[in-house]
Design a protein around this ligand. Structure first.
Ligand code: MLT
Length: 325
């Protein structure tokens, strides 16, 4: 009897120490979400909002850590090289899919470095400018840019970032050589724009809505086919005479490749719970975005979109011939 009890205890101990036991008990400690852009910006806002809701679901702290630089690739590399145990996640936007084509010496391959967890939220963008910019509408802005030319500076968050893609599309439609300026995220761009040192940017509503609402920056258009309920007075790019400037970007959670499947599934389940959380839904709506539906907040839906987006952007970037190295 005694040896049976010892046997059962030993089996329990072995399970506790085994990888399978660790997976069953996941999570046991703080989960870190690497935000590859500056604190206070659009990726950070989404990470912190989700982190609070996921903490409630997972029963451990979910904290955001900003690891910035090189259009988000420094933060992505940190996650690609992290231990594949589910305790380090990347919150990446479309930049994860543009990086392989733009950064020819990338130290990781986004197609093989990560396991996908789920899609999070599609976010529209806004074309914004410094408060004293001498234009009130998109046509006036275009006329001012044509008069001012290369002295106009257009800020973005590094090559391949969402703001860079939108800025690149805007520049190609304008056919005027303005000056592009890179930052470590779009949060620092807002400070510079309010101070009058940055003229323009195309940034996500998850950052810009509060600044637009209280007039700290000027807004010229939303990059969506229809006006947004959160910014009903702001015309679309088509209304402003630039129908080709349509950009909505996507976000997803990644873990290092090789993370145990039950752990990935637990994180995806927690993501879906967070996306259904009324506080998250309300905050996202206020910032002109909506949570992805449950069928898209899955590893499979996310993987399919990532593969398609990498294939879509590679020829576009090759044709533009602009590389980060
Ligand atoms: C940020 O969080 O600063 C932005 O998402 C950067 C970007 O434009 O992609």
């Amino acid at each position: 009897m005694r040896s049976r009890t010892i046997g059962v205890a030993l089996a329990g101990l072995l399970l506790a120490l085994s990888p399978a036991g660790a997976q069953e008990r996941f999570p046991e400690r703080t989960v870190t979400v690497i935000v590859p852009f500056a604190a206070g910006g659009p990726t950070d806002v989404v990470a912190r909002q989700l982190g609070e809701a996921m903490s409630r679901d997972l029963g451990v702290a979910v904290v955001a850590e900003n690891v910035t630089g090189a259009g988000g690739t420094i933060g992505a590399q940190r996650v690609a090289q992290a231990r594949p145990d589910g305790y380090t996640l990347l919150l990446g936007n479309v930049g994860v899919a543009t990086a392989p084509a733009l950064y020819r010496r990338l130290p990781y391959d986004p197609l093989t470095a990560f396991d996908t967890v789920g899609l999070i939220t599609p976010v529209p963008m806004t074309l914004i400018g410094r408060p004293d910019l001498p234009a009130a509408t998109l046509p006036e802005l275009v006329a001012w840019i044509r008069r001012t030319g290369a002295e106009v500076n257009l800020a973005h968050a590094g090559l391949g970032s969402a703001s860079h893609l939108c800025a690149t599309l805007f520049r190609s439609l304008l056919q005027v050589p303005v000056t592009a300026v890179a930052f470590r995220g779009t949060a620092p761009i807002m400070t510079e724009m309010m101070g009058g040192r940055v003229d323009l940017a195309c940034d996500q509503t998850t950052n810009t809505v509060p600044y637009i609402r209280d007039g700290r920056v000027k807004v010229f258009a939303v990059t969506t086919p229809r006006r947004l309920a959160a910014l009903p007075d702001v015309p679309t790019t088509a209304e402003g005479g630039m129908p080709g400037l349509l950009v909505t970007i996507w976000h997803g959670f990644y873990v290092p490749r090789g993370t145990p499947r039950p752990v990935v599934e637990r994180l995806a389940q927690s993501l879906r719970a967070a996306l259904a959380d009324p506080a998250v839904v309300a905050r996202f709506a206020d910032l002109a975005t909506t949570p992805e539906p449950p069928e898209r907040a899955t590893p499979e839906a996310h993987r399919a979109l990532l593969d398609a987006e990498i294939a879509r952007w590679r020829p576009v970037i090759a044709a533009a011939g602009e590389y980060a190295d």
